[in-house]
Each structure stands twice: as C-alpha cells, then as structure tokens.
Design a protein around this ligand. Structure first.
Ligand code: SAM
Length: 215
C-alpha cells in the first residue's frame, strides 16, 4: 500500500469513528496516535482501517474500532486513573487506554495473546501497561481498587469481584447478556450509596469464559 493510500485509509478511519458517535477529543486523539495496523496480523492486515471486528490468534477478535471508541469514551478516563481491562485480545484497546490513563493492567486467559500484545507494547514504547495471563473475571485483587474497569467479553451479569474492585466514584463499562444473542453495553457508576447502571447500546462480544485457554 502506498503512503498516500495509507494516509487516506487512516483519514477515513477517523471519519468513520466520528460519524458513529466517537466525539470525545482525547479519545479521538488517542485513536489517531495508536495505529490499528500492528494489532491486526496475517490475512486480515489489509483491513485494519475498516470499522469492523477482525479475527486474531486463539480464535478471538479485535473489536470494532467505533465500539472501542464508544466504550473508551463512556469510561470518562482522567490522566490520573488506574484502569483494568479484562480481555487483552490484540492489545489495541489497552494501547488506547494507555494514552489516556496513568496506568493500565490488562488480563487475558490466552497466554499467546498476552505474549503477542506485550511485544507490541514494547515496540510502541507503551511502558505503563502491564499484561497478565489469567481469568479476568476474578479481577486483579493485588492491584485493586481501580478507577476504571473495562470488560471486552460478555458475561451474563457484571462479575461480583470486578464490582468489588471498582473504587467509589469509579466507572465500569462492559457488555452483558447471553453469548449467542445481542448483548447490552452497560455503564456502572459506583457511588457512595451503591451502583447506578445505564444502558448504552446493543453490541456483540465473544463470551467471558472461565479459567485459562489452552494456548
Ligand atoms: N480488547 C481486545 C482488543 O483490543 O483486541 C478485544 C478483546 S476480544 C473481543 C475478547 C477477549 O476476552 C479475548 O481475547 C478472550 O480471550 C478474552 N477473555 C474471555 N474470557 C476471559 C476471562 N475470563 N479472562 C480474561 N480474558 C478473557
């Protein structure tokens, strides 16, 4: 692909984000800075700038960029925040979070995905991200509490340990619903008096599974 073609595709990519509701300037800036190209490998590399989910290793997917943007926007991240992401996948979402937050912990049940994501973070000099292999539905008790939590795989209900590890005043964004149906993207605010929920839109994510993956 020529330099000009690449620049045009990147411009169209940012235009698609804006036209699908990603309007927060900091989020758009982070998504302009983090090139999706290195996170999409092999056969699908050519489609990295299209607004669609794409296959990655371990039978998983890198999420649709506009959904990544909308979820990031809904988190209302500030530069002092410590963020937990459950579902590292390609590492793309974590890289964007790293441009907005002080510290990012990201966890995936597939060792291979964590290894590949770590390599990309290293190449991009993203040194504020810690990528960990584990079952993220238990959260990361050693590093809790978190100002923000994002889950990029769908559970039937928000996992209790994640709600417990969210700071008071914190925000969690996650898809909830059955894995074979349309799910709801919800935002949870933890206040002094309890949890407040709002529904953002319909989405489709792979399921949040128990335990570690085989690879
Ligand atoms: N955020 C990713 C990105 O930017 O590429 C996309 C995530 S992909 C849609 C969902 C990921 O959640 C998969 O990589 C899958 O292995 C992971 N996952 C599913 N259940 C999990 C669990 N219990 N703990 C940690 N990761 C899990």
């Amino acid at each position: 692909m020529s330099e000009d073609d690449l620049a045009t595709r990147k411009m169209q990519f940012l235009y698609a984000l804006r036209s699908r509701g990603v309007t927060d300037k900091r989020v758009l800036g982070a998504m302009e800075e983090i090139d999706r190209g290195p996170f999409v490998r092999g056969l699908f590399a050519d489609r990295a700038y299209e607004d669609m989910p794409l296959p990655i290793s371990c039978g998983q997917t890198i999420s649709q960029p506009s959904v990544v943007g909308l979820m990031t926007q809904a988190l209302q991240i500030t530069p002092r925040d410590k963020v937990l992401e459950v579902g590292t996948g390609s590492g793309y979402q974590a890289a964007i979070l790293a441009k907005l937050a002080r510290r990012v912990y990201t966890i995936d049940r597939h060792r291979r995905l964590v290894r590949e994501a770590r390599d990309i973070f290293e190449n991009l000099d993203l040194h504020t991200i810690t990528a960990i292999t584990g079952d993220g539905s238990h959260g990361l008790p050693d590093q809790a509490p978190f100002d923000r939590i994002i889950v990029t795989a769908a559970a039937e209900d928000p996992p209790g340990p994640l709600l417990a590890q969210l700071k008071e005043g914190g925000i969690m964004v996650l898809p909830v619903g059955q894995s074979d149906a349309v799910q709801s993207l919800i935002r949870v605010h933890k206040t002094a008096t309890g949890l407040e929920y709002d529904e953002l839109r319909d989405v489709r994510f792979v399921p949040l599974l128990e335990g570690l993956g085989k690879d």
